[in-house]
Design a protein. Sequence first.
Lengths: 491, 491
Amino acid sequence: MSKALPKRSEDYSGWYNELVKRADLAENSAVRGCMVIKPYGFAIWEKMQQTLDRMFKETGHSNAYFPLFVPKSLFEAEEQNAEGFAKECAVVTHYRLKNDPDKKGKLMVDPEARLEEELIVRPTSEAIIWSTYKGWIQSYRDLPLLINQWANVVRWEMRTRLFLRTAEFLWQEGHTAHSTKAEAIEETEKMLGVYAEFAENFLALPVVKGVKTPNERFAGALDTYCIEALMQDGKALQAGTSHFLGQNFAKAFDVKFTDKTGTLDYVWGTSWGVSTRLMGALIMAHSDDNGLVLPPKLAPHQVVIVPIVFGDDNAVLLETCKQLKARLLKAGISVLLDDRDTQKPGWKFAEYELKGVPVRLAIGNRDLQNNSIELARRDTLTKETVSLDGIEDRILNLLDEIQESIYKKALAFREKQTQKVDDYETFKKQLDENPGFILAHWDGTPETEERIKTETKATIRCIPLDQEKEEGVCMVTGKPSSGRVLFARAY
Amino acid sequence: MSKALPKRSEDYSGWYNELVKRADLAENSAVRGCMVIKPYGFAIWEKMQQTLDRMFKETGHSNAYFPLFVPKSLFEAEEQNAEGFAKECAVVTHYRLKNDPDKKGKLMVDPEARLEEELIVRPTSEAIIWSTYKGWIQSYRDLPLLINQWANVVRWEMRTRLFLRTAEFLWQEGHTAHSTKAEAIEETEKMLGVYAEFAENFLALPVVKGVKTPNERFAGALDTYCIEALMQDGKALQAGTSHFLGQNFAKAFDVKFTDKTGTLDYVWGTSWGVSTRLMGALIMAHSDDNGLVLPPKLAPHQVVIVPIVFGDDNAVLLETCKQLKARLLKAGISVLLDDRDTQKPGWKFAEYELKGVPVRLAIGNRDLQNNSIELARRDTLTKETVSLDGIEDRILNLLDEIQESIYKKALAFREKQTQKVDDYETFKKQLDENPGFILAHWDGTPETEERIKTETKATIRCIPLDQEKEEGVCMVTGKPSSGRVLFARAY
């Protein structure tokens, strides 16, 4: 093992960066701002994808695939959306390379292969999708149209961080079309619910469901719903968004339908997405100074078995390990047996601790005689000796317990770090000294929101959906407010 | 139903294009050469993905993800590969748009946001992946490295056709690194075997396994293995390739490892891929003038149930259909119940015939009384009345039978259309009058290969792996040949 990770309490940001690299989750690539997702990190992302994909299908959605490129003329059709993304667009201008006459063996862009119209690498796909929907929707019979796509998108970011903010990232984007406003709003809220359920039940991450202020809305949306989570350093992370698009894109791309009475109207739209950013949330919410802590439902290996070999006579031990692996697999548990002889048990213990495998089973020749095994739990770092009899049930129960325990710990942390604050001085002090979510009154104006952001770097994460009605006065301007909103500094 | 499809015998190409669109598989997009894969087409692709992904994992591979973009300097590092793809590369030159001062509401590429180094949109990922492997491989302990990626790639094609040749397509690309030449060759052949097994057992498509001639090799490979299938019009389609890269990329990107004796050497590589082109193969191999014919293992719905409603009293009928659906689902069969009242049964029959659903069950009130159902088989277009008792087993067996029957039909066709030809005149005549695979002797020179291609548009599809030793003379030059190679005109 190389030297220890930085401690969260001393260098949270350094801890995160090192952890992502050392646990083999991702690394920076030769392309500015783009990451390589390594096999172990990708295996976690696959588990997220499979779960979300199932949830999307259970709620009636189908997958499809739309082009990577958006012609500039389509991209600019919905003006708010185009303006919102224009500054971070990668643009394809040429379609051919040729040999560089001045440098043998080198290539150059062929100036004769310039595209008539530039192509934007999709930063999001509303434009290309709604231009397609125009051909798919004529009548109410074609609605609702409930489509999702798993794709890569590119947003040219100046400051990037692995998983949290990268120029290229992987995501899913749902794009639905409806015949009524009410149905589109219902869909927007339903998908927010799916995201919240996924966050809580799989990521083990409690989230606040809410609505963004107009300032923080998706460009082109009438309303943006979001789920907001709290990281261990007291900063918020937006973990998913669901947008009610009204008829904006239908109007920009002339998508109309005939209703049952024969009347022609524009279609109502939604879009919603989560991305590889969830990997960042997962890592930052639960992990500790020893490495990753993974919720069992998303761990690539829920259990690792490490044989404690000694001397040369290990045949029986290794055979027992194989049988144990088979038993656990049969019970539906994902298991890795690390019987490599190129690494020592101590190295393996540290490795799987770093990689957050929820349960570690170690078994030596003495355990064999006792029909027992050493069981270590990653989240609590506790160990116990248990019998091999009925080990399957014991581990199945333990995995559930760990999943719940990780969630409860994160929830307790969030509750502790969520404060109601009524005056601006305390608000600022709290942000610096004991950061977390702050529920405070705000006068509802973009000016005050902007002032708070400039002065404190805290933003309104959302207006919580379950907000209680509470008359109060804005902590900054003293103007009336009818409920608290959720503030935090954020990723 | 709109007008019938063109007939294969009259306009095979028109039949294919219309079928792809009308069966809701894919359509052209607003972006030149890029397609939209529609939900029904994507559902078939998902089944292919899931199956292949499982097969890759069973053979020890892990998924990962590498950047979409390749910096030009990395792209050109392996010269053969770079030269092979240079003419079809989409190039990103700028990273920002701005408001066009001359056109209100329009955007333009910001000339101040020009990239210092152009980025190539990956046409294949050897360059970016091997530049990454350099950091991952130091010792024999790091090998073999067995990685796959599911991704989109872009190759700027001038003439495009849905699924068969598109500027952007979806694929998987495996990239492996090994410590010995023998192991890398074994991997190359193993993955060819996986592709052949997938083609035969899932696509129901017999394939010839072989090796490409040097002319037809992947740019940068020492050997390209392929599987070749025959379409109903007698043209060949390359359905997958597996490349032995030797140490080419290791040398270009300086990827070395220390072996057990402490000696430093370059790593040996392979890469292998299949793409959404398989969708084209699937469609063209089995479908008929009525529409798609899908092998049950890849059909999004293996069975469709159509209630024959009549008058108003259909409650019992619809309830029976629901119960039947539940029974079939429970037996592991994917079922669609189309109980929409917006379309008539006749319309639905034509629709599911067009979409290739393997088994159609129709049930009316009279069937209810007889405890029976009408069962129609898509591949043979036959119908029979069967009892509802034990329907699950009957359908499970039938699905197996259909899968096998489709394969056998394609195999019989290929055998009929595979001819041994010994003289060039017969070769040319055969290509025009009775096209298919032709096994002929060739003198082994690129010149003769090129001449045949120019004169007949036929190419050497492969040197079959199971080729029998047979002394002969080249049909063009009369020079000696030690075995027949496989010729065809190809997609």
